[in-house]
Design a binder for this molecule. Structure first.
Ligand code: ADP
Length: 369
């Protein structure tokens, strides 16, 4: 097992492109960390610096307290699973699993034992004599994970390992990888652009933004309920959080459609007086007003319905609040119809204010659960 520490780690590629800015983090033994963000935000670059496949331009990277910037990949005790599983087509599952160990000159009987044990963890025992062409995509991916697992390293790196699988296989493999992590306990860094993968698998998530800037590091719960800025608020959650832009006037959030007294939901309303802000709430956080009226700790919103989508357990309602499009999740039995006026409330504890200029959340001690 291994602890990792990054101190102001930066990557500038030879062409001058600054792909990662001041990455700072401590990762505990056995943690499962996801790096998430849009394509090109520096996730793979960060992973490749951990693996020793890319130089670290500036800053320090430690493994178990030892400076690792100059360590070879082998010294780091790392195994990596890539997006393309690249199995050897002419080798069986057993031979694919054992191939790396064969190269290392390990005794055949030791290899056989490790292959059997790894296949057992991954549920591949019945397929050991098969060739990759006779496996499903999910089974191939399991072999690829197995090739990394069999090396018994303390750090496991995965770069979008599920992106070649269909949606159903991805869901299955997600829980299998979690299960393997629980069994093996290796410190795992997992790169994905898929926020659902990150939310469901991680102990903690690192959200990155294009240009290689870390936006927030936290548990899935922290990121979902306490996003520190507009980027994280909009990135985590599907459908995404709703944003109403407006201004603070005399302690009220005001735009073309609403006027909310926000003194109770921010710690210091005076500090944002006169500022452009964003009032935000999640699609599922809305409620129907009791007797048509908001309670003292609710904001009433009047919207006009554009479109509804019945998903079964819920209905997505696409509506307008003044000039802004919002998405609301509603119990199908309460769903409005196209063209209806739809009045709903946002509980104070589900409302966020972000500064429109700095994009940072305005501090609030309101409890979010
Ligand atoms: P992600 O994994 O988040 O999609 P990457 O880490 O692969 O992003 O890339 C981050 C940025 O660095 C991208 O803009 C990419 O074009 C750039 N980049 C990646 N590799 C190189 C390289 N060898 N030379 C110059 N720029 C690179």
């Amino acid at each position: 097992m291994a602890q990792l520490k990054f101190v102001n780690v930066n990557k500038v590629y030879p062409n001058g492109y600054h792909a990662v800015h001041d990455f700072n983090m401590e990762i505990k033994d056995g943690e499962f960390i996801c790096l998430v963000g849009d394509s090109g935000c520096g996730k793979s670059t960060t992973l490749r610096m951990i693996a020793g496949l890319e130089d670290i331009t500036a800053g320090e990277f430690y493994i178990d307290g030892k400076l690792a910037n100059q360590m070879s990949s082998r010294e780091r005790g790392i195994a990596m699973v890539f997006q393309s599983y690249a199995l050897y087509p002419h080798l069986t599952v057993a031979e694919n699993l054992g191939f790396g160990l064969t190269l290392e000159g390990i005794d055949m009987d030791v290899i056989d034992k490790r292959v059997a044990a790894t296949a057992e963890i991954l549920g591949l025992t019945p397929y050991l004599d098969r060739f990759p062409r006779n496996l499903s995509g999910g089974q191939c991916q399991r072999v690829a994970v197995g090739r990394a697992l069999i090396r018994k390293v303390s750090i496991f790196l995965m770069d979008e390992p599920l992106s070649n699988l269909d949606a159903k296989q991805r869901v299955t493999m997600r829980s299998e990888i979690k299960q393997i992590h629980r069994t093996v306990g290796a410190t795992t860094i997992y790169v994905t652009h898929d926020q659902t993968e990150a939310m469901t698998m991680s102990d903690r998530i690192v959200v990155m933004k294009s240009g290689g800037y870390v936006q927030q590091i936290g548990t899935p719960y922290e990121l979902y309920f306490n996003p520190e800025n507009l980027f994280v608020a909009g990135f985590i959650g599907e459908p995404p959080m709703n944003f109403l832009r407006g201004k603070v006037e005399s302690g009220y959030f005001v735009n073309d459609a609403v006027e909310f007294n926000i003194k109770d939901i921010v710690d210091d309303a005076a500090s944002i007086e006169g500022r452009e802000v964003v009032f935000a709430f999640r699609p599922e956080a809305i409620r129907l007003p009791k007797d048509g009226k908001p309670a003292a700790d609710e904001f009433l919103v009047i919207s006009k319905v554009d479109l509804t989508e019945l998903l079964g357990d819920t209905t997505n309602v696409y509506a307008n609040v003044g000039s802004v499009n919002v998405i609301l999740k509603v119990n199908p039995h309460d769903a409005p119809k196209m063209g209806d006026e739809f009045d709903f409330v946002v509980p104070h504890k589900a409302a966020y204010i972000f500064d429109a200029e700095t994009e940072k959340v305005v501090p609030s001690s309101i409890k979010r659960n």
